[in-house]
Write a protein that binds this ligand. Structure first.
Ligand code: NI
Length: 391
């Protein structure tokens, strides 16, 4: 069963919503216009319930199937609504109207596709049970998914399973990719403040050079992935900021390093964190300097549940055929706050192909409207198959 016919007929309408959202990007929790647009559309489609303000600016829509929701299953489908602080260079007729802000991750497409699915499901109601469409703010670093979960999303609507979808440049349009287990990494931030003793550059013996200390720290941190980690597991420790000094004849008093840690398993994440502390303490003791590590836990690992992943892969194969579905795709070290929803309920996250486009978070990126029918058909069939009508 390929693309849903009714969905194919809605493609231009959905693309128009997508382009409207694209022109008007909003950041983090400030997705007021986008959330209002979502609310208006869900109400116009005839959703049984439309609730804004969940997790600050998130929106929830409830669509009940043919025989209501008595004793039936409840399935959540999630899209994200926020854009990025990037200056768009696409030159498209519907390019961002807001300087320094653009939909560079395709959340405009995710929102439009889930709206399309909501419209289809409201029209057809060819399922028993309840579909809950979830539109979250602040995926890009603001943990909007966590805010919605903390606001009682799963309990208030009795959601039993939850699914998320993200476009992926490099995967052909019409194709899907996913895997059971870890799909995206835990993404943490760290900052290391070095407080040494500054001195005249010609008299280094009178101080302890925080630049030398910083260099040793940077080197030692590289040994975590190369020498502390089982080579069959994955971790990235990247120092991305190293700041020290202002003059060529002064050894500074302080230096600052900062960066990111990406891991795919909690024990590995804990090990990296522990080794970072030991290295900071050890290098500090070696030089008699003060080294302070601040480690901020970011999004957890996005970990797909086995049964739901298998189910999502079956739906994807129904839409696109077996050759177009990679159900054992390699995980990526990017992060995704759908992780919080997968910690709260079983479910799966799936990539839908965006074709040969610029990568996400690139100023030339654009969501591919040709992916719309594939993505919307997936949502439609997922609901109709998980909660079949007339049973
Ligand atoms: Ni994204």
């Amino acid at each position: 069963m390929p693309i849903v016919n009714r969905v194919a007929g809605m493609k231009d309408e959905i693309a128009a919503w997508r382009r409207d959202i694209h022109e008007n990007p909003e950041l983090l929790y400030e997705v007021h216009r986008t959330a209002a647009l979502v609310v208006d559309k869900l109400k116009a489609f005839g959703c049984d319930e439309v609730v804004p303000g969940v997790g600050r600016t998130g929106v929830v829509g409830v669509i009940r199937g043919k025989s209501g929701d008595k004793g039936r299953r409840v399935i959540g489908l999630r899209a994200d609504m926020d854009a990025l602080p990037i200056q768009e260079i696409t030159g498209l007729p519907y390019a961002s109207k807001v300087p320094g802000m653009m939909h560079a991750c395709g959340h405009d497409g995710h929102t439009a596709m889930l709206l399309g699915a909501a419209k289809y499901l409201c029209e057809t109601r060819n399922f028993d049970g309840t579909a809950v469409v979830i539109f979250q703010p602040a995926e890009e670093g603001g943990a909007g998914g966590k805010a919605m979960v903390d606001d009682g999303l799963m309990e208030r609507w009795k959601i039993e399973e939850v699914y998320g979808m993200h476009n992926m440049p490099g995967i052909p349009v019409g194709h899907f990719a996913l895997r059971p287990g870890p799909l995206l990494a835990a993404s943490d931030r760290f900052e290391i403040a070095i407080e040494g003793v500054g001195t005249h550059a010609a008299k280094p013996h009178l101080g302890n050079d925080p630049i030398v200390i910083g260099c040793q720290l940077h080197q030692a941190l590289q040994s975590i992935a190369s020498r502390n980690l089982d080579p069959l597991k994955q971790a990235v420790v990247s120092v991305t900021i190293f700041k020290a000094g202002d003059a060529s004849n002064v050894i500074p008093q302080t230096a600052r390093l900062a960066g990111t840690v990406r891991t795919l398993e909690e024990p590995v994440r804990a090990m990296v964190k522990r080794r970072m502390r030991e290295i900071c303490d050890g290098v500090a003791a070696m030089h008699g300097a003060k080294v302070t590590l601040t480690y901020d836990d970011g999004y957890p690992v996005t970990c797909n549940h086995v049964a739901q992943t298998r189910f999502a892969a079956d739906i994807a194969r129904e839409i696109s055929g077996p050759a177009a579905v990679d159900d054992d795709v390699a995980p990526t070290m990017g992060g995704e706050d759908f992780a919080y929803m997968l910690e709260a309920r079983p479910g799966a996250f799936i990539f839908v192909g965006n074709g040969d486009t610029a990568g996400v978070h690139h100023p030339a990126y654009n969501f591919n409207d040709d992916a719309i029918t594939t993505g919307v058909s997936f949502w439609a069939r997922l609901v109709e198959t998980a909660m079949p009508a007339g049973r």
